[in-house]
Design a protein around this ligand. Structure first.
Ligand code: MF3
Ligand code: CO
Length: 250
């Protein structure tokens, strides 16, 4: 069931989105050689709590941290650890959500750690661009397939691949609501988008093949071929005037 949001609810979601965005930016500024993913997660948690908000991920299905930090061939859901120390050349996907006054914001970005290869930078650029091409399709009257197609067409034309097993999702009082928002699809197909829907669009794009595997910890998702993977996400409200990104500075 897709839950539409009122304008009053959207105003609260905008606050949740801004806190999520500020937490993500703070995390991104910490990405440097020698820093552990544990330290970044701790800063994220303390910041979110300082804003009177609650880290959305902490305790979700037993998840043990406030951020997911996924390095290089880790696609998503990397668990922060003292033993994971960032080094020059890494690409670091950080996913952060905050719940504020009963509503969630959810966003992710892949950051370079120091100087990275041209190949890695091109993957980040293409994945970021595909997110915004998807956002552009988040308008009343369009369909979910329009979003997925926009993402898929752009990245596949550059030789990258789209992860299928994980998708974007509705966002609201629950972090994960209907509908599921795939990063692939057929134009004109799927659920029709209407004003009041709020969705997280989050392409997960691999440099190599699309297949993934889940590690024994039950969370960590890696590319099967160990190729690099990038992840960019915004929470987006569909309004009569088009898409409004809630996870941006307002
Ligand atoms: N934020 C992720 C998403 O975009 C979900 C994180 S899973 C959790 O859907 F368990 F860490 F919360
Ligand atoms: Co999400």
């Amino acid at each position: 069931m897709i839950v539409l949001k009122t304008n009053r609810e959207l105003a609260v979601m905008r606050k949740a989105g801004v806190i999520s965005q500020q937490a993500l930016r703070l995390a991104g500024e910490m990405v440097e050689p020698g820093v552990s993913t544990w330290d970044i997660d701790k800063a994220v948690r303390l910041f979110i709590q300082s804003q009177g908000a609650v880290p959305s991920f902490l305790g979700y299905d037993g998840y043990p941290a406030s951020a997911c930090i996924s390095v290089n061939h880790v696609v998503i859901h990397g668990i922060p650890k003292k033993s994971v120390i960032l080094k020059k050349g890494d690409i670091v996907s950080i996913d952060v959500g905050a719940q504020y006054q009963g509503f969630h914001g959810d966003n992710a970005w892949t950051y370079p750690c120091g100087e990275i290869s041209g190949e890695a930078q091109a993957l980040l650029d293409a994945t970021e661009k595909s997110l915004f091409l998807g956002v552009e399709k988040a308008r009343p009257g369009n369909r979910l397939g329009d979003i997925g197609h926009a993402v898929q067409e752009y990245v596949e034309a550059r030789g990258y691949s789209v992860v299928r097993e994980f998708t974007g999702h509705g966002v609201g009082a629950e972090m994960h609501e209907d509908p599921s928002v795939p990063n692939y699809g057929t134009p004109g197909r799927g659920v029709r988008l209407t004003a009041g829907m709020v969705i997280a669009i989050e392409p997960m794009i691999n440099l190599g093949r699309k297949e993934i595997e889940i590690k024994a910890d039950g969370w960590t998702v890696e590319t099967k071929d160990k190729s690099l993977s990038a992840h960019f996400e915004h929470t987006v409200a569909i309004t009569p005037n088009g898409p409004v990104i809630l996870t941006l500075p307002q």
